[in-house]
Ligand binder design. Structure first.
Ligand code: GUN
Ligand code: FE
Length: 417
């Protein structure tokens, strides 16, 4: 079936490049983009048009790193650096997800709030609890969120309440994989980070990843205290990334959150393997990790996307994550002279860069299922002069929240509005 959206279309087909189409037409065939047109193609004359008038039609957002259970503590406990923050605040909250009724309530709210903010693709951590992880996947699927979710593996340093034995961790991972049967939410292997996983567990996960062709997500070089600890735990590895690489977990589509303090060698290893570095600017400031050199990563050919890292990050909405990344890059610019991220670059990193991880093309590409949001700017101040579409995009990214979204499309389906 042909459907057509009409409005002011703004998408990012390359890093730093916007394409805009004033009162243009986005033509879909069964939810899949056929093309963008300045005027309605003659062949589509009889198809229904969803006319969004002066509203903006933007790409929806991809949050490539967040912790679902930590939504329960968002906006709290940001007075400690990473390792103390994990032990004091985070692990006790995650332990609560042994309670499946609580998990259901908490995850239902998160799924609805993601869609309300226009996030339609995610790479997400659950907790180590298999059944709560399945509930999370079910709730995301029901709300219309797509992407990857991982049952977390942790067989050391989790304290009494948040730790599995190595055998449990492997057996529960296999049980979880057997029970994953969702259309739009897929499993991803998720060793929490090296301090949480013994070599034996990592080795088993590497084997499972290879046998079942699964992707992997984890954390890398977020904080200097963490990196020193990894050095002590793994004296055989020269650098942090090697603790993953030696077990077959460092490969194309491996997602590594943070990469704040990666050496040039570690950055080059990411570029070579096709590892995706996920930048989480708000989190990196909140829990005192640092400011990632995003420009340098990009220049060295590393694939980069953005993540909210809720709840190290206190903002679930990706427009806030994008503008936080731009602000952080300006701090880095003032310190080092590295050019800061522009608005078109931030928009690309928060949309196309994430969507590409899932096999999508650049921007609103023909052949891709539609992932889009419709923004109504009527709540914003009246501008002093007419604005171009790229100015309107900038303003929307800095000002918009869930109140301003008129519609959300995920994987070709209208899931809000
Ligand atoms: N490293 C290991 N676990 C976590 C976590 O939950 N959040 C962040 N920001 N870093 C981590
Ligand atoms: Fe994280």
């Amino acid at each position: 079936m042909t459907t057509i959206l009409r409005g002011n279309i703004i998408h990012a087909p390359a890093l730093g490049r916007l394409e805009t189409l004033e009162r243009g037409y986005l033509v879909l065939e069964d939810g899949v983009i056929r093309g963008l047109y300045p005027a309605l193609p003659a062949a589509c004359r009889n198809a229904p048009v969803e006319d969004y008038g002066e509203n903006l039609i933007l790409q929806s957002f991809a949050d490539m790193h967040l912790h679902a259970p930590q939504y329960a503590m968002v906006g709290m406990g940001m007075d400690l650096p990473l390792l103390d923050w994990l032990n004091t605040y985070t692990f006790p909250v995650e332990a609560r997800y042994a309670d499946l009724d609580y998990a259901r309530r908490s995850y239902r709210k998160l799924a609805a709030d993601l869609i309300a903010r226009g996030t339609t693709r995610v790479a997400m951590f659950s907790t180590l609890h298999t059944d709560a992880t399945l509930i999370l996947m079910e709730e995301l699927e029901r709300a219309g969120v797509t992407g990857y979710v991982g049952k977390v593996n942790m067989d050391r340093n989790g304290g009494e309440k948040l730790q599995e034995t190595t055998d449990e961790s492997v057996a529960e991972t296999l049980r979880w994989l057997e029970q994953c049967c969702f259309e739009h939410i897929k499993p991803i292997l998720t060793p929490r980070f090296t301090p949480s996983c013994t070599d034996t567990l990592m080795e088993q996960l590497g084997r499972i990843a290879a046998e079942r062709r699964l992707y992997v997500q984890s954390h890398l070089s977020e904080n200097t205290g963490e990196m020193d600890w990894v050095g002590e735990l793994c004296p055989d590895c020269g650098e942090y990334w090697e603790t993953y690489a030696k077990h077959g977990l460092w490969k194309s589509h491996t997602i590594m959150a943070h990469c704040v303090h990666s050496s040039e060698r570690e950055q080059r290893a990411m570029a070579e393997a096709g590892v995706l570095a996920v930048h989480c600017a708000d989190s990196n400031v909140n829990i005192l990790s640092g400011t990632a050199p995003v420009r340098q990563l990009l220049e060295r050919g590393v694939r980069v996307a953005l993540g909210s890292d809720v709840a190290g990050g206190a903002q679930l909405g990706m427009p806030q994550v994008i503008t936080a990344s731009i602000r952080a890059s300006k701090v880095k610019c003032m310190e080092t002279g590295m050019p800061f991220l522009t608005v078109p670059e931030g928009y690309y990193l928060g949309t196309t860069a994430g969507h590409r991880y899932f096999g999508a093309g650049e921007g609103f590409a023909a052949g891709d299922a539609l992932h889009a949001v419709v923004v109504d700017e009527s709540r914003f101040p009246e501008p002093a002069r007419p604005l171009s579409l790229s100015e309107r995009l900038e303003r929307a990214l800095y000002l918009m929240d869930d109140r301003d979204l008129r519609a959300v499309y995920s994987e070709g389906r209208k899931v809000l509005g």
